[in-house]
Design a protein around this ligand. Structure first.
Ligand SMILES: [Zn+2]
Length: 132
């Protein structure tokens, strides 16, 4: 029997001539369908640009990536930048280990009583951000 079973191997459904969307709403100027995504799967680069405000973005893609994935990366990247700006304003909870180099996370309790230790550092070389 020379029958080849060609289908039933792909996990994904057959989407041959499925017109995937390649234009999206711009995050920056909010124009609908002004963002065009291009996929260069050979180079592994996804690229998009807004023809209205000129915003561009690039990210790595693979052979499974679709235009919408590039757009999603762009959204994430823009989101991360926005979050970074918010978090970076010195609002750190006490539970975070990295909060100690931002501001007065741990107030030195035995600071003032330890004068012997403090005298060595009493110069003007060290500027304490905390209160004395
Ligand atoms: Zn735009």
């Amino acid at each position: 029997m020379g029958k080849r079973k060609k289908s039933s191997r792909k996990p994904m459904g057959p989407k041959k001539s499925d017109p995937l969307p390649t234009t999206f709403t711009c995050l920056f100027c909010n124009h609908e369908k002004s963002v065009t995504v291009k996929l260069d799967r050979k180079a592994g680069i996804g690229q998009l640009d807004c023809r209205v405000c000129g915003q561009t973005f690039q990210c790595a893609v693979n052979y499974l990536s679709a235009a919408v994935d590039v757009y999603g990366e762009w959204v994430d990247a823009a989101d991360a930048v926005a979050k970074e700006n918010t978090v970076g304003s010195g609002y750190g909870g006490t539970a975070r280990p990295s909060a100690k180099d931002s501001r007065v996370a741990a107030p030195p309790t035995a600071h003032d009583e330890d004068e012997d230790d403090q005298r060595r550092y009493g110069g003007d070389g060290i500027v304490a951000d905390d209160e004395y």
